[in-house]
Design a protein around this ligand. Sequence first.
Ligand code: RM4
Ligand code: MN
Ligand code: MN
Length: 411
Amino acid sequence: MTNNYKAEYDLLAVKLHERGVNVDRVKAKLKAQKIETPSWGYADSGTRFGPYQQAGSAVTIEEKVADAAQVHKHTGVAPTVAVHVLWDFPNGLADCETLDDYARSLGVAIGAINPNVFQHREYAFGSLTNEDPKVRKMAVDHMLDSIEIGKKLNSDALSLWFGDGTDYPGQGDFRRRKHHAQECLKTVYDAMPDRMRMLIEYKPFEPAFYHTDIADWGMSYCFAQKCGPNAHVLVDIGHHFVSQNIEHLVAFLIDEERLGGFHFNNHKYADDDLTAGSINPYELFLIYNELVKAEDAPNNNPPIAYMVDQAHVTKSKIDAMIQTIMQIQSAYAKAMCVDRKKLHEAQLAKDVVTSEMCMQEAFSTDVEPLLKTVREEMGLDPNPLEAFRASGYWDKVGKERGIRAGAGLGA
Ligand code: RM4
Ligand code: MN
Ligand code: MN
């Protein structure tokens, strides 16, 4: 372990102090940061043309949790794992008996429960918006089963994404489908225990190509409002049209006290599920800027679940997840480096250039010495990716597990 970041850290601390940033507070926040990783990010994934298998990809939920525990072990900020019911628990509740204990024995816990009402053939014409009441019931029953799984696993989040939509004009009646969706969501909402929250995701297109029933944050917001106070909006970064101003809608939702969670990833074209910050790190920083402002001046927005939703096809699974966590830590740290006083004064003075420079100055701050110092203070290796690679874990599971077909996105 080299210590040459110490001098850089000291210089940075002086610089941040000059910007009015409380460095000790920043360090405490970085240590308290929590990012959930997805079980499906450790399994084989693919493209619409087929799955790609990697030696060592996890198949069973136990393997996925073990891999997630590696990410937590090396980063210290990824203590929970989101699960996808159909992929992780093909036999439902019966597969969950010992999972909570198993996860905890590895130092992690199960996080959000993701029902799956988009893969069965029955859902080709919709799940909760299907015109056939039998199919709507099937979808609701699956979500009710998912609540039971959540109770068993001590999860406090039911995270919902629907592929419902139509491919051609005239194919469906928007308002009738909306009413079906609302009724089903309310049934599910009412079955949740008090400590559970419903997170409602949205997406403009895919798998449906003409219209999607929950297409944007406003629709998620309406459905959440109608369900009740424990239903919140989940923002998946990849689920927006290219160039949409995500930081604006994040701020808006916080102000309306309905921002419940994130699915971090990045996209260049559509729902690409690329590593967070890989294509547009400035966007991730600007999103975090709104989150930091909300932390500095809290309202009654619910606690925000920070989750990763990425399924890497060509990257090595655990490397990619550690890289993701590091990108998110970096965006958070940079957002805490904004000179807030200078920015506020520049805004009031209509000094657009200085306002923008406050953002760019923070974004271009090299926060690596700060993050390394924080990791060291947390008892971690300051370079988690190198430490993981040096551990030999991936080579070991690659040999032990080999290439197998199994549960996971597109696998
Ligand atoms: C969807 C959406 C969901 C995720 C699935 C795998 O596009 O992002 O959150 O569970 O993909
Ligand atoms: Mn998602
Ligand atoms: Mn997605």
